[in-house]
Design a protein around this ligand. Sequence first.
Ligand SMILES: [Zn+2]
Length: 332
Amino acid sequence: MSDNPDSKILGIDLGGTKILTAVANTQGKMLSRDHSITRAKEGQDVVVKSILESVGRALDQAHISAADLAAIGLGAPGLSNPETGILFTSPNLPGWKDVPLRDIIEKKLGKKAFLINDANAAAVGELYFGAGKGARNSIYITVSTGIGGGIIIDGKIYTGATGTAGELGHMVIDDEGPQCNCGNRGCWETLASGTALAREARHRIKEGAATSILKYADGKIEKINAEAIHEAAQAGDKLANELIAQTAYYLGVGLANLINIFNPEVIIIGGGLSNIGDILLEPAFKEAERRAFKQAYQAVRFARAELGRNSGVLGAAAFALEQTRSTGNRSK
Ligand SMILES: [Zn+2]
C-alpha cells in the first residue's frame, strides 16, 4: 500500500475464544496490540462490549482516538456478507443469527467499519503484508482444528455472490467420509485437519493398535492431539507416521483440486497443523503433483504463512483500507 504512511487503521480479529485488536499503519506495522477474551458463551451484548473495550485499549496504547482512524476492519468467524455487514451464523458464536455487526461497531465508534470472514481476512493480510505480497492470484489455507481459507483473484479477495465464498475446508473429498460440523460428509477438514488426525489416532488406539502415541498425551486418550502424534512420529512410532501420511494424502488431494480450479501463483499455508512441517507438507505436495494438471502444478509455489497469529488482525485492517479506497462513500 503506497498512500500516506501516517494513516492509521484499526483491525479486529474476533475469534470464538479470543479477540485480537491492533492499530496499524498502511505498511502493516503494528502500533499497538490488545489481546482479550471473547466471552462468547455470555451472548452477543457481552461480546460486543468485549470488542469495544479491546478497541479502547488498542487506541489508548497507540495514543490516538477513533476519530484519528482511516478505517476499521473486523474479521469474524462464520458466514458473513461484507457488502451488508451482516454476520449470518457462526459455529464459534452460539446464538448469533443475522447480526448487523458492522453497523453496531460503526455506530459505537463513529467511524466507518467493514466486516469480513476471519479466514478471508487472514488471506488479505498475507496478500498485503506477508507471503502473498505481489501475487495476483493466490490461495491461503489455514490448517488447524479445521481448515479455513481465502481466495485472492486479480489481487482482491473473492467473496462470491453473498459473501460466503472461500469455505475451502468444506470442499467434499469423500462423499461417504466422516460427518462434518457443517452437516455434510467427508469435507476436507474432516480428513486433513488436526482434529481429523487426532480422531483417527483415537479410533486406531481403541481398536487396539500398537503405538506409543499415548505416552506423549499423558497416557490419556482424550488428550491426544496433533503435537502428541507428531512427537511420537519423530520418535519412530509406526502408527503415528502412518496417520500423518494419511493426513498428508488428503491434504494433497484438496490442494490438487485448488490448483486445478484456480491455477494460483502461490498457495500460502498457515495454521497449527502446518507447523508439523515437511513430514506433513512434502508428501502432501507430492500427492498434489500426482493429481493436478502439470501446467498448473508447475506454475504454483507453496509458501508458509508469514504473519502467524497477526494475519487476521492485519488482514481485517488491510481489507478496511482497501474497501475505503474502492467504495469511497459506501451507499448502504
Ligand atoms: Zn463441512
